[in-house]
Design a binder for this molecule. Sequence first.
Ligand code: FAD
Ligand code: NAP
Length: 462
Amino acid sequence: MVFRLFSTYKNIPRVCVVGAGPAGFYAAMHLTKKLENVHIDIIEKLPVPFGLVRYGVAPDHPEVKNVINQFTKLAQQDNVNFYGNITLGKDISLLQLREHYDAVLLTYGAEEDKTLGIENEDANNVLAARNFVGWYNGHPRDRNLKVDLSGHTAAILGQGNVALDVARILLSPLDVLKKTDITDYALQAIASSKIKELYLVGRRGPLNVAFTIKELREQIKLENCATIWRKNDFVAVADAVNSLPRPRKRLTELMLKSLNENDNAVSDNQKVFKPIFYRSPKKFLVNSDRHLQGIELTCNTLIGDKIEEQTCVPTEDSEILNCSLAFRSIGYKSIQVDKDLPLNSNGVVINENGRVTSTDVSNLAKLYVAGWLGTGPVGVILHTMGNAFQVAKLICEDLKKQGNYNKGGFLEVKSIINERTPVIDWSGWEKIDKYETEEGKKLGKPREKIAYVEKMIQVALS
Ligand code: FAD
Ligand code: NAP
């Protein structure tokens, strides 16, 4: 065995990428372009690739998912392998990977979400937007989420693009959703949803929203949905517009335009989208069954002279928002999946431009990090791509310096992994893909995702 490894693999660097999301694929793409000879193994926890492109991006944004075509071409190259259903920290350790590769790049993303840390956050019907997104997108982890849409009013806490995705999915006409790859069970639940009124709660003001203009425009234009702003939230905002940087200026102008067009009239068949500002969640209010009844919100005020530089501070005042469903949408968070991995208090792997230098040991592969695990959970796919390219460039430089390679790569890893863990390779994913597309066709949609790991494995190995 040792002889075979040395003779076969001599002088081909072997890189292990952990996580088959955009960061992993883009980094692998850069490595294959820039290194004449390289062998890349992409190890992924789920039997299926693409990370948040599959399980985060909203079903009604199919154009965003076109990156999958590039990733697929890459995975079909001879020197790139996809190995699904392998979890770092469970099936294999970081140390083991570093023993058997010349470089290890971690791109396993941000799998958890931030919490508010307030009373009754664990009540029924207080959901993490992350889980709700996973639910409508068919993530096996969220398949059985209890989503109760029987109430009239819901609230989303946080004003980022994830919050707007959640709002749009809840308020979109069914005819639009039907044609997407939203899971059938989510479609059925949304079809009988009674939600008419949806609040989008921000702790700061209109000049501080985290969502972007395209997503807001989409929301405002939704058929059969009125957008109602509170005029008081916009005091002095119009005066500040001209001094804002361009993207923020255009976004603020859109909000003001919508505010001014708004006559607060809502017809019977319309749903209502209500962004509100300067309110921080203080406590979830529950009944004796721990069912959500409302949210107590602290009223914030602004301090500072220039409106665009003002900060929010809490006042003594609070108000009650009555609602029977709430989504926490205040950002994602990475987790430490292996004891040897240094994360800071924000859940980001401690790194210098992608190099995890604190873990350098002469006989082990160098360790790198890219994507949300290294940058924090911010940025669209384009940002993630830029970061992945930059980190891959460093890996190329380091590997060229190293010069000599004789690691066993996946042959060694395979012998470590428990035999009961079936490894799903690219041809296995292709079978799942085909199955899902065919199931989708029967329902008049692009695909119907398999939402169970066991079923994915069964199809992949069939
Ligand atoms: P991820 O995409 O999360 O990939 C990480 C991968 O690692 C996953 O496949 C995961 O299963 C795997 N993994 C996790 N743990 C392990 C482990 N222990 N072992 C092995 N593998 C593991 N950007 C846009 O440009 N347009 C959009 O419309 C858009 N919509 C979004 C919607 C939502 C809800 C969210 C949260 C983000 C959205 N983004 C969008 C941002 C985009 O998804 C991110 O920029 C990008 O996915 C980050 O890539 P990543 O590779 O770092 O992480
Ligand atoms: P985000 O953009 O960071 O937004 C988080 C929101 O939560 C902000 O409004 C923030 O307010 C608020 N918040 C944070 N902590 C809070 C607290 N303790 N109490 C109350 N509010 C709090 O995060 P995200 O929405 O999860 O999105 C993550 C990334 O994915 C972003 O870069 C986003 O653009 C991207 N994404 C893109 C798309 C798309 O392109 N269509 C879709 C989804 C996601 P403050 O500003 O006051 O902190």
